[in-house]
Ligand binder design. Sequence first.
Ligand code: HEC
Ligand code: HEC
Length: 377
Amino acid sequence: MIKDTQNSSWWSGRVAILFLIGFFAIVFIVTSCKKEGQKPPETERYPLPDLPAHFRAIPLDPTNLPTKQGVALGRKLFHDKILSGDFSQSCASCHNPELSFNDNKSFSLGIDGIPGRRNAMTLVNLPWYTSFFWDGRAANLPEQAIEPVPNPIEMHLPWEEAVARLKGHPEYPDLFYAAFGTKDITKELTAKAIAQFETILLSFNSPFDRYMSGDSSALNESARRGRQIFLTERGDCFHCHVTSELFIHPSRAFGNNGLDEIDFPDDFADLGRGEVTGLDNDKGKFKIPTLRNLAFTAPYMHDGRFATLEEVIDFYDQGPKISPSLDSIMITESNRRLIDLGHYGLNLSTQDKQDLKNFLLSLSDTSFVHNPDFRAP
Ligand code: HEC
Ligand code: HEC
């Protein structure tokens, strides 16, 4: 009997030890599994608006789909002066949301007060573009966003320093973690966040858009006549400026619309597209800009040479100046005939010019420049 009792307590001791070992083993497995499979925080897709039927689907970058967290981070970075050498300038300094992300200067000043050599560009409906900058040297938005920070005549801050500032900031590491699941901030992730914010800068509520969606009262008589001039050989604008999203031709990214009289390709003050490709026929060509939101983005052209839309329309009316890379489209059958008569150009009446201007202004979207989603956080 005594032996038996001893035996059973011996066994129950063993069972208790085994049980404890088992328990700790399970705890260990569970905690180590949790560590290995630690998932990045959940992100939510940014709710993009439904666009009117005259828009093509948004060509989103599948490797950088906008999320609520990514857009919030990009918005903060876009407005933050931390990305400039002396903390005096952000992307928004030259791309002001109230001016359709432009700055109303012919040439923007960088942090050292040195003017750039080109007019700042409006940031609207960017996903439909296939190249960026006046010369198209960047192929996508993240690639573009990397450039202004170290640029000595813009924000003038080496990326190593920019990344160090962001890593040492009280909020950014957590915001990067929420957007990308890592606190290891890099210039590439910074650019991706900014690109997500730029993707949501969609403008689709101008009077023209309302007209296209069936509200015939959205364009007055004059703007409708202007539309006819724009879309026919009268004004001949549509060969280069069409498509609803941007008012550029889908297969015509760059053009020379005849701003200057030049004899030899290398004589252009700015070689534009030719600076990137080196081809003579590209020298003096520039990215065909969107015609959306012109009401907010004066002055016009790559060098801001025209202060008003009247000046732009007078320029087109007078006809192009001749240069080697001039687009043949600028010399239409009708103005070729006029050249033979000793003058050329569109020969628009004062009323025609007013109508064309009213049509161009109907592409401006006031709700875009007042959108709180696009403002500083
Ligand atoms: C000092 C003024 C200035 C600052 C600051 C600036 N930009 Fe720009 N931005 C410009 C100018 C000027 C151009 C046209 C330059 C060219 O074509 O060479 C431009 C072009 C662009 C374009 C091309 C748009 C298109 O349709 O091709 C994008 C996008 C852009 N900037 C975004 C940014 C972002 C993002 C930042 C901040 C990281 C920034 N910019 C900071 C002046 C500025
Ligand atoms: C051959 C193609 C072509 C044709 C045709 C054409 N444009 Fe342009 N347009 C361009 C190019 C290229 C630019 C930019 C030129 C530059 O800055 O060097 C431009 C610039 C503009 C701008 C300035 C936009 C800005 O943000 O600076 C306006 C406005 C404009 N065009 C309106 C018109 C109108 C109106 C017509 C018809 C009367 C027309 N265009 C015909 C190619 C064309």
